[in-house]
Write a protein that binds this ligand. Structure first.
Ligand SMILES: Nc1nc2c(ncn2[C@@H]2O[C@@H]3COP(=O)(O)O[C@H]4[C@@H](O)[C@H](n5cnc6c(=O)[nH]c(N)nc65)O[C@@H]4COP(=O)(O)O[C@H]3[C@H]2O)c(=O)[nH]1
Length: 739
C-alpha cells in the first residue's frame, strides 16, 4: 500500500512536475510570443518611423546624417535629390572628406565642426558643396549637433540634416542681380498691384518722378497722370492693360514738382506660380529730351537754320504735294528760282556775319512779298525758291516776279549802320507747262534764272527750251575756262588811244583773249561774265595784271616812256581788297611807275558796290595809279557817287559812239557826258570810234581822247609796239587787225 501509495504519490509528483513543466513551457512560449509580438510591433513601428523619416526627408529634400566619431564612420540617409531614391550611405569619415565634400569648402566645414565639438557653438551650421548621386556639386545647408558624449564629456556622436539649397542660392543670386539691375536702370520701374497701386519702385523712378519710394507706396498710379491727356485716355490705357495684360506707348506724366514729362511706357502683367495675374510692371523712359532732340533734328532736316525757311528737302516735299493737288484740281504751280546778284562780292567785302544778316533780311523781304500761304525756301547760299499754287496764268506769275523785283529796290537793312541794295535774278518754270516733276521744275527754273543773269541781272525769265542749250553751252565753256590758265590759253592784246588835242598816242588798253584748245576763240563778252560768276576772274585777273605790267616794262625798255597802260579789273578784284598790295609788289618787282598804270572798272559794277569799293579805289589812288570808269553811260550813275569816287577818267561806252552823227539822242548823251566829266575835272575818252565823222563830232565836243578801229584795232604787243613807234600825229597807221 505504501508501495502503492508511494507509486501513486510518485505518479502524482510526476504529473505535477509534468504539469509544472508544461505550464512553464506554456508560460515561456507566452512570454516569448509576447516578446515576439512586441518586437515585431516595435520593428514595425521603427520601420514605419523610418519610412516616415524617409518620406519627410524626401519631402523636405533633406539629408539625415549621423557621425559616429569614435568609429570614424558616417551614416547618411538621404532624399532622392541627394542620393537617388531612398538611398542610404555608410562611409568612413575619411572617404567623406576626400570624395563627398568640395575641396574648397572642406577647411571651412572642418573648422565649424571643430568649433562645435569643442563647445564653442551651440549647433554646427554650414553652407557648402557636396557631390550628389550624379556626381555634380550641389550646395547644402547642413545643421547638426553632438548627440552623445562619454562620461568624460568627449563627443561620441554627432547628427544632423543637410538640405539641398542649390536652387535657393541660384534664385537668391538671380534676385540680387535683378535687384541690382533694377537699382542701376536708368528707366523708372514700378511694380503695381491689380488696383493700380504702387508696390515698389526703383531709384530711377524717384529720380524721374521726384517721388521717393515711401511717398508712392500704396498710392494709386493716377498720381502721375498729367493734364496733357484726358481722363478718357488714361481709362482706355488701363482698360487695354486689364484686357490684354500689356500696354506700350508715349504718355505725358506729371512729376512731383508739377512739371510734365513725356515717357515711353511699357506695362506688362506679372503672373504668379499658378499662372494667375498678380501684378503689373511699368517701365518708364523719360523721352522728353530725346523727343525734343528728334524735333530739332526734324527741324534741321527740313529748315534752314539761318533764315528759318524750309530747306531743299522740305521744298521738294511741298512742291511734290502741290503738284499732286494741281493735277487733281487741274491748276498750275509756278516755281520761282531766285538768286541775289553779286551776293558773293558783298559777302566777301562786308564779312560773313553781315552776309548772313543780309540773307536773313532778304528772306524776310521775300516772304513778306510772297505772303505766308506760299512756300518760300532757301536752297543754300543766296538761292531762294518760291512755290506758287493755284496759278491762273503766265501773267499772274510775271506779276509776282515783278513785285519781288520791286520789293528789292528798297535797300535791305544789314545793321544800324549798313543798308545794302541788292537785286535778285529770277527764273520761272511752271507745272504742267514745262515739267511734271519737282526736280525738273527746279532745274528749269534754275536754268531760267541763269538766263536772267545773262540778260543783265535784276530781271526775271520764264523757262523755254532754248535755254537748255544755252546753259549747256555755258557749262561747257566754264569747264574749259577752268583749265585755260594752266594750259596757257590766254593772251593780251593792246588797243592804242590817242589825244584829240595833239594826235599823240597816250596809252593802250589791254584786252584779254582766250583761245580754247577745245572750243576755239571765245570772246571776252562770253567768258568774262562766266569767270566772274565762278570766281575764276580772280586768278585770271592776277595773270592779266602781271602780263600787262611786263609788257609795259618791255615797252619802256624800248623807249616808250610816255605810254600808259589801261588794265580792266573786275569788281571782285576790288572787293577782295588786296589789289593795292598786289600792284605795289608787281610795280616794285618790275620797276614800272604807277602813273603809267590806269585801272578800268565798269560803271555798273562800281556803282552797285560803291560803298565797299571806294576804300580800295582810294588806296590805289594813293599809290599814284589812275582810275577810269569804263562803259560810262550804261549804268545810270548817280552824279553824287561819281563825285565821291577817286576817279580820273571817264570812258564813254562805244554804244553811244557808234550812232553818233545818226542818233541825236546818242549825240546829246555823249555831249553831256563830256561836259559833265570836264566839270568834275575828269579826262574823257570815247571808245569804239570807227569813223572820221565820229572823230570830228567828238573833237567838236571837246572830248579828250579816242580809242577805236578808226585809230587801230587791238594788236598783239609786238605789233602794238611797232604801231606806237611808227605813229606820227596826224597819220593813221594802216595795220590790219591780226587778233
Ligand atoms: N565795235 C567796236 N568795238 C571796238 C572798237 N574798238 C575796240 N572795240 C572793242 O570794245 C571793247 C572795249 O573794251 P571794254 O569796253 O573795256 O570791254 C571789255 C571789258 O569790259 C572786258 N575785258 C576785256 N579784257 C578784260 C580783262 O582783262 N579783264 C576784265 N576784267 N575784263 C576785260 O571785255 C569787254 C569786251 O572786250 P573786247 O571783246 O575785247 O572788246 C573791246 C574791244 O575789242 C571799235 O571801234 N568798234
Amino acid at each position: 500500500m505504501a508501495q502503492a501509495d508511494g507509486l501513486a504519490l510518485g505518479g502524482i509528483v510526476q504529473w505535477v512536475l509534468l504539469s509544472i513543466a508544461l505550464f512553464l513551457c506554456w508560460l515561456l512560449w507566452r512570454v516569448w510570443s509576447h516578446r515576439r509580438r512586441q518586437e515585431t510591433s516595435l520593428l514595425g513601428e521603427i520601420h514605419e518611423r523610418e519610412e516616415r523619416l524617409n518620406l519627410a526627408l524626401w519631402g523636405s529634400g533633406d539629408e539625415f546624417w549621423d557621425w559616429n566619431i569614435r568609429e570614424n564612420s558616417l551614416y547618411r540617409l538621404g532624399a532622392s535629390q541627394l542620393f537617388g531614391h531612398g538611398s542610404r550611405d555608410q562611409m568612413s569619415t575619411d572617404d567623406w572628406r576626400t570624395q563627398s565634400i568640395h575641396p574648397e569648402d572642406l577647411p571651412r566645414v572642418q573648422k565649424l565642426l571643430q568649433e562645435h565639438i569643442v563647445g564653442h557653438t551651440e549647433v554646427f551650421e554650414s553652407e557648402h558643396r557636396i557631390r550628389n548621386a550624379r556626381g555634380e556639386w550641389v550646395w547644402v545647408r547642413s545643421r547638426g549637433k553632438v548627440v552623445e558624449r562619454d562620461s568624460a564629456g568627449s563627443p561620441l556622436r554627432m547628427a544632423g540634416t543637410a538640405r539641398d539649397i542649390t536652387a535657393i542660392r541660384r534664385a537668391e543670386r538671380e534676385r540680387r542681380v535683378a535687384l541690382e539691375v533694377l537699382r542701376s536702370m536708368s528707366e523708372a520701374v514700378a511694380v503695381i498691384d491689380l488696383d493700380f497701386r504702387f508696390i515698389s519702385v526703383n531709384p530711377a523712378f524717384s529720380r524721374i518722378t521726384g517721388y521717393s519710394e515711401e511717398e508712392v507706396i500704396n498710392q494709386n498710379s493716377r498720381l502721375l497722370d498729367s493734364s496733357q491727356h484726358s481722363a478718357e485716355f488714361y481709362r482706355r490705357v488701363r482698360d487695354v492693360l486689364e484686357r490684354t495684360g500689356h500696354w506700350a506707348g508715349e504718355m505725358w506724366q506729371r512729376r512731383k514738382d508739377g512739371e510734365e514729362f513725356l515717357g515711353w511706357i511699357e506695362m506688362s502683367e506679372v503672373r504668379d506660380a499658378m499662372g494667375l495675374r498678380s501684378h503689373f510692371v511699368a517701365v518708364v523712359n523719360d523721352i522728353t529730351d530725346k523727343k525734343r532732340a528728334e524735333q530739332e533734328l526734324r527741324y534741321l532736316a527740313n529748315y534752314d537754320t539761318l533764315t528759318g525757311l524750309p530747306n531743299r528737302a522740305l521744298l521738294s516735299e511741298r512742291l511734290g504735294r502741290a503738284i499732286v493737288r494741281a493735277r487733281r484740281q487741274d491748276t498750275r504751280v509756278a516755281v520761282l528760282f531766285l538768286d541775289l546778284d553779286r551776293f558773293k562780292d558783298i559777302n566777301d567785302s562786308l564779312g560773313h556775319a553781315a552776309g548772313d544778316r543780309l540773307l536773313k533780311a532778304a528772306a524776310t523781304r521775300l516772304q513778306a512779298t510772297v505772303g505766308a500761304s506760299d512756300t518760300v525756301a532757301r536752297l543754300g547760299g543766296d538761292e531762294f525758291t518760291v512755290v506758287l499754287e493755284d496759278v491762273e496764268s503766265f501773267p499772274a506769275v510775271e506779276r509776282m516776279a515783278r513785285e519781288i523785283l520791286t520789293a528789292f529796290t528798297m535797300p535791305l537793312e544789314v545793321d544800324e549802320r549798313h543798308d545794302v541794295s541788292i537785286t535778285p535774278s529770277l527764273g520761272i518754270s511752271l507745272y504742267p507747262d514745262h515739267a511734271l516733276v519737282p526736280t525738273d521744275l527746279l532745274k528749269f527754273a534754275d536754268t531760267a534764272m541763269y538766263q536772267a543773269k545773262a540778260e543783265g541781272r535784276n530781271t526775271y525769265q520764264i523757262y523755254n527750251e532754248t535755254m537748255d542749250a544755252e546753259s549747256r553751252r555755258r557749262a561747257t565753256v566754264l569747264a574749259s575756262l577752268r583749265k585755260a590758265l594752266d594750259r596757257g590759253e590766254f593772251r593780251l592784246v593792246y588797243q592804242p588811244r590817242m589825244a584829240l588835242a595833239d594826235g599823240r598816242i597816250t596809252g593802250v588798253e589791254s584786252l584779254l583773249r582766250w583761245h580754247s584748245a577745245e572750243l576755239g576763240e571765245i570772246p571776252p563778252t562770253v567768258f568774262i561774265p562766266l569767270a566772274e560768276e565762278s570766281g575764276l576772274i580772280l586768278q585770271i585777273g592776277d595773270w592779266v595784271l602781271s602780263e600787262a605790267l611786263q609788257t609795259l616794262k618791255r615797252w619802256r625798255a624800248n623807249g616808250l616812256n610816255e605810254v600808259s597802260i589801261g588794265i580792266n579789273v573786275s569788281v571782285l578784284q576790288l572787293l577782295r581788297g588786296n589789289l593795292p598790295q598786289q600792284l605795289r609788289t608787281l610795280m616794285q618787282d618790275l620797276g614800272v611807275p604807277s602813273n603809267r598804270i590806269e585801272l578800268e572798272v565798269t560803271e555798273s559794277m562800281v556803282m552797285q558796290n560803291a560803298e565797299q569799293t571806294t576804300h580800295v579805289l582810294n588806296e590805289l589812288r594813293k599809290l599814284g595809279i589812275t582810275l577810269a570808269i569804263d562803259d560810262f553811260g550804261t549804268g545810270y550813275s548817280s552824279l553824287v557817287y561819281l563825285k565821291r569816287l577817286p576817279i580820273d577818267t571817264l570812258k564813254i561806252d562805244k554804244e553811244f559812239i557808234g550812232d553818233l552823227t545818226r542818233d541825236p539822242d546818242d549825240e546829246a548823251i555823249t555831249a553831256t557826258v563830256i561836259t559833265m566829266g570836264h566839270s568834275l575835272g575828269l579826262n574823257v575818252i570815247a571808245e569804239g570810234v570807227e569813223s572820221e565823222q565820229q572823230l570830228s563830232y567828238l573833237r567838236e565836243q571837246g572830248c579828250d581822247e579816242i580809242q577805236g578801229f578808226w585809230l587801230s584795232p587791238p594788236l598783239d604787243s609786238h605789233r602794238c609796239l611797232a604801231f606806237i613807234r611808227s605813229w606820227q600825229p596826224g597819220t593813221v597807221a594802216a595795220i590790219p587787225a591780226p587778233y
